[in-house]
Design a protein around this ligand. Structure first.
Ligand SMILES: *[C@@H]1O[C@H](CO)[C@@H](O)[C@H](O)[C@H]1NC(C)=O
Ligand SMILES: *[C@@H]1O[C@H](CO)[C@@H](O)[C@H](O)[C@H]1NC(C)=O
Ligand SMILES: *[C@@H]1O[C@H](CO)[C@@H](O)[C@H](O)[C@H]1NC(C)=O
Length: 202
């Protein structure tokens, strides 16, 4: 039997389209995880210094066994809407593969229904912004199957801020290093001159 080339091309294109459009949508996930984090509403954390302790587990109000496919948990730091405004590179997209809400990984762990906690020092490269914490449960195929977050569905409560390192110490640090270097050099120069003067007068 002969298969027309046109048919082959069309089906090839179609399968590519299906493959690329396949993915998990955030709106299809159930919020079966309870997630809490230590920062209080409006707290300002310093990148590179301050810590966040995240606690997560299965919300027991969901039926027993709902979590039977959960294999791993990934906890992430996510941008609040106010810090996504006019920033396409942080945009929320329902198709999770393209979502840019939660680019900062905090920790990944095998799934356990309870007693999960992790303390994280806000990494030095985290930019200044308003954040919340979200955890995703993944199945054995590494697809998102559930989530939980520290804020409400509208991402308007329990938000905290991170203050980046840039512009905080750095310029001051550089100034003080230069100043110390300058004082060491001038002190050395001063002693050298004194010694020469001493020799000359002998
Ligand atoms: C979410 O919960 C509903 C109702 O409990 C269930 O039918 C659906 O399969 C769940 N979705 C996922 C992705 O687990
Ligand atoms: C657990 O889920 C129920 C129903 O969605 C919700 O009302 C409750 O606040 C959740 N509990 C926690 C600790 O997240
Ligand atoms: C969680 O921790 C408590 C106290 O450490 C312990 O009693 C309990 O058995 C633990 N639960 C699970 C499911 O590991």
């Amino acid at each position: 039997m002969e298969v027309p080339a046109g048919f082959l091309i069309v089906s090839l294109l179609l399968s590519c389209f299906v493959a690329s459009s396949y993915g998990v949508y955030f709106s299809s996930l159930n919020a079966t995880l309870s997630v809490t984090a230590t920062p209080t509403q409006g707290q300002v954390l310093k990148a590179g210094e301050d810590q966040i302790t995240v606690t997560w587990g299965f919300n027991q109000t969901y039926p027993v066994g709902t979590d039977s496919s959960y294999k791993t948990i990934k906890v992430k730091l996510c941008y609040a809407p106010i810090s996504q405004k006019d920033r396409k590179w942080r945009k929320t997209v329902d198709l999770l593969k393209k979502d840019k809400t939660c680019p900062h990984k905090i920790v990944a762990r095998p799934y356990a229904a309870s007693n999960n906690s992790f303390t994280w020092t806000v990494e030095r490269d985290i930019p200044s912004a308003t954040y919340f914490v979200r955890a995703f449960a993944f199945n054995a195929q590494d697809e998102q199957v559930a989530y939980g977050q520290t804020t409400n569905a509208h991402k308007s409560t329990n938000l905290f801020e991170v203050q980046a390192i840039t512009g905080r110490h750095t310029s001051l640090d550089i100034a003080s290093i230069c100043f110390s270097a300058f004082s060491v050099v001038s002190l050395a120069g001063f002693f050298y001159m004194e010694k020469r003067k001493g020799k000359a007068s002998k």
